[in-house]
Design a binder for this molecule. Structure first.
Ligand code: COA
Length: 390
């Protein structure tokens, strides 16, 4: 059914089922933090940050906001555009490096809050490449026929794992979430190719040591100077890695999809740094206008950056029916990943949901809250009764 070789994962043109993006949504925290706000407590300046990164501001989660709440809001929007019910979903994947818990997964929380009780749910860890990894995995499952629809989310609260004493990293990142709904359809197109790569030898260039770390039982920081649960980054090395892999992997994904790089209408890259994107566009020989960039307003939101940028590209009407879109992510692992999508169903400008479905979704969200609470209460009551009986 599918071809695969050492240069990539799959060639969708040979399959009868195709995985199309039919819904999209994004959410960011209420509070924006400008470079000037940041320089009030970090030894930096708007001039330095903007010149080196293209970033002007980022959003920072407040106490009531988290990776899961942002993911949930983005997911609701994506379901609204797709005009399907949460109960139609077979799978929910959340790509994140800032999961709400080790477990339960952020995806399971979103599944519960949506009342998507027919869906499996898990988190995927591939740092800033995570969204493309998750899309590829969901698209493959759809094409293989094991599922019909998937909700793929990239969601992060990077502000909670930043070392705010480290001015070379804390200025770069922000919080947010983006989501898409993928659905099986016989119309050729949708996700055409996916190229996933990793180089663990570069793992020490960008890392957040956690509970399973070799240093986790020691009170001091790791031998290499890392702090547990805090991000460490060798910025210069990561910069060189990123500019190299973006062009390489977009070329590979195009080849696998059977198109030329010049056939790409829009590249939606991971929004790490404007200079990285400009260098990658030059290497690919693509006009920088064809590289979507919104890093100025969001900073680097890791796994959330590609779906947020995708939503903005659609809002700005930069994607038309039958366009070829390349997604490309890169980051910790080291990992990188590219994907080519032929946009097909529906035409972004023509999407309109039905009022009845909207009401049914809202009823399901209310049922979800009631169902979760009542199950917890029942468990507590049962356990109290057992205590009294013993
Ligand atoms: N404000 C002001 N000065 C800063 C600063 C800040 N926020 N951060 C570092 N500096 C200083 C350094 O201390 C250094 O000073 P010195 O020359 O007196 O020692 C100087 O600026 C240059 O530092 P350097 O680290 O060489 O800067 P750079 O040009 O490499 O830019 C990054 C740093 C982080 C912006 C750049 O390396 C980068 O963007 N890397 C890629 C990071 C990335 O995108 N990661 C995510 C991938 S998913």
């Amino acid at each position: 059914m599918e071809t695969s070789d050492k240069s990539g994962i799959a060639n969708a043109d040979l399959t009868a089922r195709h995985a199309h993006v039919i819904g999209w949504g994004k959410a960011v925290p209420e509070t924006a933090m400008s470079n000037d706000d940041l320089s009030a407590f970090v030894d930096t300046s708007d001039d330095w940050i903007y010149a080196r990164t293209g970033i002007k501001q980022r959003f920072i989660a407040n106490e009531g906001e988290s990776t899961a709440t942002l993911a949930y809001l983005a997911a609701q929007q994506a379901l609204e555009v797709a005009d399907i019910l949460p109960t139609d979903l077979d799978l929910i994947v959340v790509a994140t490096s800032t999961a709400e818990n080790i477990f339960p997964s952020t995806a399971s929380l979103v599944q519960d809050w949506l009342n998507a009780h027919e869906a499996g749910a898990f988190d995927l860890s591939a740092a800033c490449s995570g969204f493309v990894y998750a899309m590829n995995m969901a698209a493959d499952s759809i094409r293989a026929g094991s599922i019909d629809s998937a909700l793929v989310i990239g969601a992060e609260t990077m502000s909670r794992i930043l070392d705010w004493q480290d001015r070379s990293t804390c200025i770069l990142f922000g919080d947010g979430a983006g989501a898409v709904v993928l659905q099986a359809n016989e119309t050729p197109g949708g996700v055409l190719s996916g190229v996933l790569r990793s180089d663990g030898a570069g793992g020490d260039l960008l890392a957040i040591p956690s509970v399973g770390s070799i240093d986790a039982n020691q009170s001091r920081a790791g031998a290499n100077g890392y702090k547990l649960y805090k991000m460490y980054m060798a910025g210069g090395e990561v910069f060189k890695f990123a500019t190299r892999v973006v062009s390489e992997s977009v070329e590979q994904a195009c080849k696998l999809a059977g198109i030329k790089v010049e056939d790409i209408n829009l590249v939606i890259p991971h929004q790490a740094n404007l200079r990285i994107l400009q260098a990658a566009a030059r290497k690919l020989g693509i006009d920088s206008d064809k590289f979507m960039s919104n890093v100025e307003r969001y900073g680097n939101t890791s796994a959330a950056s590609i779906p947020i940028a995708l939503c903005e590209a659609i809002e700005e009407r930069r994607i038309q029916n039958k366009d070829h879109i390349a997604l490309v992510g890169f980051g910790g692992g080291l990992t990188w990943a590219s994907m080519v999508i032929r946009w097909g169903i529906p035409k972004p400008s023509e999407q309109q949901g039905s009022l009845l479905n909207r009401q049914r979704r809202h009823v399901q969200y209310r049922i979800a809250k009631w169902r979760s609470r009542s199950r917890r209460w029942r468990r507590r009551v049962n356990s109290r009764v057992r205590d009294l009986q013993s």
